[in-house]
Design a protein around this ligand. Structure first.
Ligand SMILES: NC(=O)c1ccc[n+]([C@@H]2O[C@H](COP(=O)([O-])OP(=O)(O)OC[C@H]3O[C@@H](n4cnc5c(N)ncnc54)[C@H](OP(=O)(O)O)[C@@H]3O)[C@@H](O)[C@H]2O)c1
Length: 211
């Protein structure tokens, strides 16, 4: 059977763990050349090996404009274009009103706002006509079991499981999701199967947004 992303050049930011890594693996399995980014070099290299020979790992902080410029220069010189861009890098910590610090505010907005905006804006010259641009809000994940989600409960595995159990109760399907379940939706949006779809929010959340 023909692979859905054969020959496509796909950039996945935050591809070293969680949802981004699952997307990178699926994209590579569907025939894409995948460029993954992340800030931690060791995690990134491990992920590059896990994705396989069609992965290029480029260490880059999406909120750092010179990192983005280095990333896109490398993509341009190696591949000349981008067919699929997944602006997935994001996340952060949660603090109650009263405890929020300037540092935590800056980290949240750098990762989830500044990083996403400049990831897309700086990619514009490389995006082909008809390119797929997938934001986190394009595939709106519900609770997905990733390192980033588990970190919200702290390092204690009992507390982590308690958080997952609680979250599962808020989802009509009765469970939290797996990163690969989001990746399958990303493959759909990146592929020709979604050729007349633009600007949608495809909820991959076990039905959570519907209640
Ligand atoms: N899991 C969920 O339940 C859930 C629900 C709704 C939305 N989301 C969103 O889905 C996306 C992926 O989340 P996840 O759960 O897979 O999180 P994760 O396991 O923490 O993975 C996040 C990835 O992004 C990278 N990253 C974070 N900040 C970055 C930055 N400034 N520049 C480049 N890379 C960065 C991380 O690597 P480094 O730390 O090494 O940079 C890591 O590879 C995030 O945008 C998150 O907000 C997740």
């Amino acid at each position: 059977m023909a692979r859905k992303l054969e020959g496509k050049i796909a950039v996945v930011t935050g591809g070293s763990t969680g949802i981004g890594l699952a997307i990178a693996k699926r994209f590579a399995a569907e025939g894409a050349q995948v460029i993954i980014t992340g800030r931690r070099q060791v995690e990134l290299e491990k992920a590059g090996n896990a994705v396989g020979p069609n992965a290029l790992a480029v260490q880059a902080d999406s909120a750092n404009l010179s990192d983005l410029s280095r990333l896109y220069s490398e993509v341009k010189s190696r591949y000349g274009r981008i067919d699929v861009l997944v602006a997935n890098a994001g996340g952060g910590s949660m603090l109650p009103l009263g405890s929020i610090t300037e540092e935590q505010y800056d980290d949240t907005f750098d990762r989830n706002v500044k990083g996403v905006l400049f990831t897309v804006q700086n990619a514009l010259p490389l995006l082909v006509d008809g390119a797929s641009v997938i934001l986190t809000g394009s595939i709106s994940p519900g609770p997905i079991k990733t390192p980033g989600l588990l970190e919200l409960a702290g390092p204690d595995s009992v507390k982590q499981q308690g958080m997952l159990d609680y979250m599962a109760m808020t989802v009509p399907l009765g469970r939290v999701g797996e990163p690969d379940e989001v990746a399958k939706a990303a493959v759909f949006l990146a592929s020709d199967d979604a050729s007349y779809i633009a600007g949608i929010e495809l909820f991959v959340d076990g039905g959570q947004a519907q209640i």
